[in-house]
Design a protein around this ligand. Structure first.
Ligand code: GUN
Length: 294
């Protein structure tokens, strides 16, 4: 058996089409959704992500602004830009691209983002509202995982979802969303992490596996249940000789794709699975911010 490939690029394209339609309507009322990015330092992956997000804005008709700051930016300087973006009426929502250089205090920055503009849904005020279902925004990657499942016919309701990875950006908020009594929720959730012990024991019980550990190709086909659905959130750069790939690296997920696809019913690729969905959800949140303000 070879699993069905869940095409995140195609599904995100569909969502972007819907967003572009809504954006047209808003523009008819004189409102242009605007998304801001604050990028500190020159981490190549972060620069790529911000560039991709900016291009996505253009594609759906949003206005976007990127504030690039040098690696030695002080905390005070960064906080000044956060305040400026909070106050800018043309910016519906914005994010500070993470990770920040080591000398900067990420928590202080995240807490300073106006909750009404917090399209990442990282501010503790918005995170704290998640269990109630009364949040302003859904966190982008977890929401993207759920949207991907729903739109490919795998409603998590009544299923056992095993999430591997307890990060505050993916694993934990995803566990919250999946266990809610709401559309896209109603799942039984197990949250595994580095201290879970026998990972295979848990994975073998999963109807849906979500891998978000940041460990290249760690989950192999022989660790999962035949017929399960695999969502791979991992994006890992693995070095390869320049003769193989001119960039000197290739992208792999947290799942060993070739072995898992022989066991699973459906699986997301890396790249082209969850990644484009995260960006689509960011656009959706920005649209929502603009609509809320209108
Ligand atoms: N770094 C990696 N993913 C993200 C994200 O979703 N938002 C921000 N702000 N930084 C990131």
């Amino acid at each position: 058996m070879s699993a069905k490939i869940i095409d995140g690029k195609a599904i995100s394209g569909q969502i972007k089409g819907e967003i572009a339609e809504e954006t047209k309507k808003l523009k008819g009322k004189g409102i242009v959704p605007g998304l801001g990015f604050i990028l500190v330092g020159d981490d190549p992956a972060s620069r790529t992500y911000v560039r991709m997000k900016g291009k996505a804005c253009e594609a759906v008709g949003f206005h976007s602004v990127t504030q690039k700051l040098p690696p030695d930016t002080t905390q005070a300087e960064l906080m000044k830009w956060v305040t400026q973006f909070n106050l800018d009426p043309d910016i519906s929502g914005f994010l500070v691209q993470l990770p920040l250089p080591d000398h900067l205090d990420e928590t202080e920055v995240i807490e300073a983002v106006d909750p009404n503009k917090d399209v990442d849904c990282f501010n503790p005020y918005n995170v704290g509202r998640l269990p109630s279902g009364r949040e302003a925004f859904a966190p982008c990657t977890p929401a993207g995982v759920i949207e991907l499942l729903m739109r490919s016919g795998y409603d998590p309701a009544g299923r056992h979802v095993v999430i591997v990875g307890r990060s505050s950006i993916v694993g934990r908020p995803l566990a919250t969303l999946l266990s809610r009594k709401a559309p896209g929720g109603n799942a039984t959730v197990t949250l595994c992490h580095s201290r879970s012990g026998d990972l295979t024991y848990f994975l073998k019980q999963a109807d849906i596996v979500v891998a978000a550990i940041g460990s290249p190709e760690m989950i192999h086909g022989d660790m999962i249940k035949p017929g399960c659905v695999v969502i791979d959130v991992g994006v890992n750069r693995v070095e390869v000789p320049k003769e193989v790939n001119e960039k000197g690296y290739r992208l792999v997920g947290d799942v060993h794709f070739d072995s898992a696809r022989e066991v699973a019913e459906a699986i997301t690729p890396v790249p082209g699975g969850v990644g484009p969905m995260t960006i689509a959800m960011l656009l959706k949140n920005t649209l929502r911010a603009a609509q809320r303000k209108a």
